[in-house]
Design a binder for this molecule. Structure first.
Ligand SMILES: Nc1ncnc2c1ncn2[C@@H]1O[C@H](COP(=O)(O)OP(=O)(O)O)[C@@H](O)[C@H]1O
Ligand SMILES: CC(C)(COP(=O)(O)O)[C@@H](O)C(=O)NCCC(=O)O
Ligand SMILES: [K+]
Length: 249
């Protein structure tokens, strides 16, 4: 079985895949290296043959996680590295190494699934949007703050915006004008995200023509789904690209 990891700025997404059945056996989202090791401890260490991972963390943090995994699980870890061409997609950055690896693998994964023009939006700590043409030309994209960054900026740069996580969660059940601080902030940020996603769809039509697929991924993808009903919501999109970047030898 293969262990796959997507190390984002806030969370590590992990899953164990049976390469013979091509199915996911188990998976989860954890907040730290320690939590990851605890989640994996014992139960399937012996069944794991290989680990592949993508990380947008520093090289030091990523290497430290790899060392700990190799020591704890006895598996060889392979990390996806930047490339200017992969899976029929040409990286659109002037310096291809600068493009976030999660963005790159999501674009490669989307193009692999669609084989036509794609708009790929990843809603995590940051929100990223990337465009790829039907011929696999990555046109570049956009980066803006995601839900966690927007709410934290408001909390840390004002004196009276204070509310807890349960109030935040409650507030997101509706988009009526807020009648409390939590509702006003959470719904305001949510509507900003939805507006961004809608404007990206309009922009994509200008660059890609009318026939393109929209992919939504990242932990907050569901929040904007209703803004683009035709979008494919694929929480595992980065893993599709990861399998292409790090095939089993
Ligand atoms: N099961 C989940 N675990 C953790 N975060 C989640 C989950 N579902 C949704 N989220 C939300 O997803 C966002 C983080 O998305 P994610 O793609 O994991 O970010 P990153 O890749 O930057 O670490 C947060 O706003 C968090 O509240
Ligand atoms: C834009 C990102 C911070 C998004 O990270 P995430 O929200 O997934 O944790 C990451 O893709 C990154 O560090 N990119 C490097 C800069 C760039 O893509 O231009
Ligand atoms: K992201």
């Amino acid at each position: 079985m293969i262990l796959e990891l997507d190390c984002g700025n806030s969370f590590i997404k992990w899953r164990v895949v049976d390469e013979v059945l091509a199915s996911t056996v188990e998976g989860g989202v954890v907040g730290s290296d320690e939590q990851l090791l605890a989640a994996l401890a014992g139960k399937m260490a012996s069944a794991l043959s290989y680990c592949r991972l993508v990380s947008v963390r520093t090289d030091e943090e990523t290497q430290s996680l790899i060392s700990r995994l190799e020591a704890a699980l006895g598996v060889c870890c392979v990390r996806a590295m930047p490339s200017d061409e992969l899976g029929g997609v040409r990286n659109g950055y002037t310096e291809y190494r600068r493009l976030g690896m999660d963005r790159w693998l999501a674009v490669v994964g989307a193009y692999h699934l669609a084989r036509k023009p794609c708009l790929v939006i990843d809603l995590g700590t940051a929100v990223t949007s990337d465009l790829v043409t039907g011929k696999g030309e990555h046109l570049g994209g956009f980066i803006c703050p995601g839900m966690p960054l927007m709410r934290n900026q408001l909390r840390t740069h004002t004196r009276r915006i204070r509310y807890d996580d349960s109030a935040a969660e409650q507030a997101l059940h509706d988009t009526a004008p807020g009648r409390s601080t939590a509702e006003a902030v959470e719904r305001g940020c949510l509507l900003m995200l939805r507006g961004f996603v809608q404007s990206q769809v309009e922009l994509a039509a200008e660059h890609l023509g009318s026939e393109f697929e929209v992919f939504l991924t990242g932990g907050d993808a569901q929040l904007v789904q209703e803004a683009v009903p035709r979008a494919r919501v694929l929480p595992d999109l980065v893993f599709v690209g990861l399998a292409i970047a790090c095939p089993l030898r």
